[in-house]
Design a protein around this ligand. Structure first.
Ligand code: ZN
Ligand code: ZN
Length: 285
């Protein structure tokens, strides 16, 4: 067997490791950093990340592309005009009290989530947790402990870890808030990403179980990597509240952005309006 040839890149890495054992690289572009950065991110990548800023849903924290206020509809409530609640939270009650997210699920934020979930990049957990610490401190909520959205044990075995639990552990260490895994996933469910909203809801029904002794009377912060429709967070909150939790909040690294629905233009006045109303009436029958 011929000995394996060491590439130039590999030699450079070995040399760098021996001279500079504490080398730090950007978690997004892998560029070398001069010193350890709390977020593990170089200034260029940091400027490209999309942080969740107002307007976002005051219930699920989802960034909203607020529609431009329609000057022809002055009677529409301020909060509806500026989209304080996303369309899902307006439509149905949620079991969680509130969810906060650090970043919009776009660009590098999406790649980081994919890396920790599917490319064994467990080392990302403390950096992702640092982004979540910053978000949490902007809007601190008093809680008794943090917990993580659990994985079914078969999926956790296949992946080797639960990325949300790693992030929750790092988050709890940074803020000295206890971490208690008081909720478990007892039902194996197909991945949520391939399902529609109603299917997601059915898919998760009865999927979690909580330890009543650890949950009764508690205010709990549930940590997850991404908030998509919020169904998983909602079902976990439902399970925790059924087990006696007083408040259930959520915190995720990223959140899918809700795209704006253009404001409905009112029917015109006069004869044209009369015809349009007539047509609308016929369509309903
Ligand atoms: Zn970078
Ligand atoms: Zn919402």
């Amino acid at each position: 067997m011929t000995p394996k040839k060491t590439s130039g890149k590999e030699i450079r890495r070995l040399l760098m490791d021996s001279f500079f054992p504490d080398r730090y690289n950007c978690i997004c572009c892998n560029r070398e950093l001069w010193s350890e950065h709390r977020l593990g991110t170089c200034p260029d990548c940091l400027s490209r990340l999309s942080f969740v800023r107002y307007p976002y849903c005051l219930k699920c924290g989802k960034p909203i592309q607020a529609p431009t206020p329609n000057p022809l509809e002055p009677e529409v409530a301020e909060e509806d005009r500026f989209g304080v609640y996303c369309s899902l939270c307006k439509k149905e009650p949620r079991h969680f009290d509130r969810v906060l997210s650090a970043l919009a699920y776009q660009g590098e934020a999406t790649r980081l989530v994919h890396k920790i979930k599917y490319a064994s990049a467990a080392y990302l957990a403390p950096y992702m947790a640092a982004y979540m610490v910053d978000r949490y401190l902007q809007d601190p909520i008093e809680v008794d402990y943090v917990t993580a959205v659990p994985l079914h044990k078969s999926r956790q075995r296949a992946r080797g870890y639960n990325q949300s639990a790693l992030i929750a552990t790092a988050f709890s260490q940074k803020l000295h808030i206890p971490y208690v895994q008081s909720v478990l996933k007892c039902k194996k469910t197909p991945p949520q990403t391939r399902l529609g909203r109603e299917e997601r809801k059915l898919n998760l029904k009865g999927a979690f179980t909580a330890d009543r002794d650890q949950v009764r009377g508690k205010r709990i912060l549930v940590i997850d990597d991404v908030l998509t429709t919020g169904q998983t967070m909602d079902e976990v909150a439902h399970t925790l509240k059924k087990a006696g939790a007083v408040h259930v909040y959520g915190l995720t690294f990223a959140s899918v952005v809700e795209t704006a629905t253009p404001p409905q233009s009112p029917l015109p006045h006069g004869f044209r309006g009369f015809l349009a109303r007539l047509k609308k009436g016929f369509r309903k029958q």
